[in-house]
Design a protein around this ligand. Sequence first.
Ligand code: GRF
Length: 207
Amino acid sequence: MTIRLGVLVSGRGTNLQAIIDAIDEDRIDGVVELVISNRAGVAAIERCRQAGVPVEVLTRELFDSRLEQQRAMAELFDHAGVELIVCAGFDQVLGPEFIQRFERRIINIHPSLLPAFARTLHAHEEAIAHGVKLSGCTVHFVTNDVDAGPIIAQRAVTVRDDDTPESLAARVLPHEHELLCDAIQRLAEGRLVIQGRRVFTLAPESV
Ligand code: GRF
């Protein structure tokens, strides 16, 4: 089934680009119906223009409250017929109203092995400072518990003695792209089952 995607972005948009490329290359059976950025002038917006993907910029300043901003986002996604919302480098916490409206239909990519280094925009810096030997990335469902929703997939990357937050981020990033696209495709195929905190992947022949 072709899945209709909405993507939330705030920055350079390499995860968004990975999704666009995976659709082009038939690795995701999907279509990006709408991208919403909460920041103006970011590279992700330009990527949409290059790819001919519809994009809206809804910055916080345009609204009286974050609630109003997220209501507007939800309206746009609903209007576009979006079935799955992907937070791809989105730096705002989604409120309960938004999450409830798209329950179990929002996923996020986080650059750490959750539950370690959750609720931060500096996961690599914190991982290095903590001295962990393995870090990586996690794709998970978004719930009201920030970064604590059921985990879909994870990839581990070795932390080297000479790593900086930048060098570690650069090694994790390609894994983010693969993991996120793979999770979206499994959702498109209707193969993910959530049971409590656990997410199971059904075999292709059983769906
Ligand atoms: C990624 O590391 C993602 O895990 C984190 O923010 C970064 C966004 O990168 N949430 P990009 O905008 O997709 O290039």
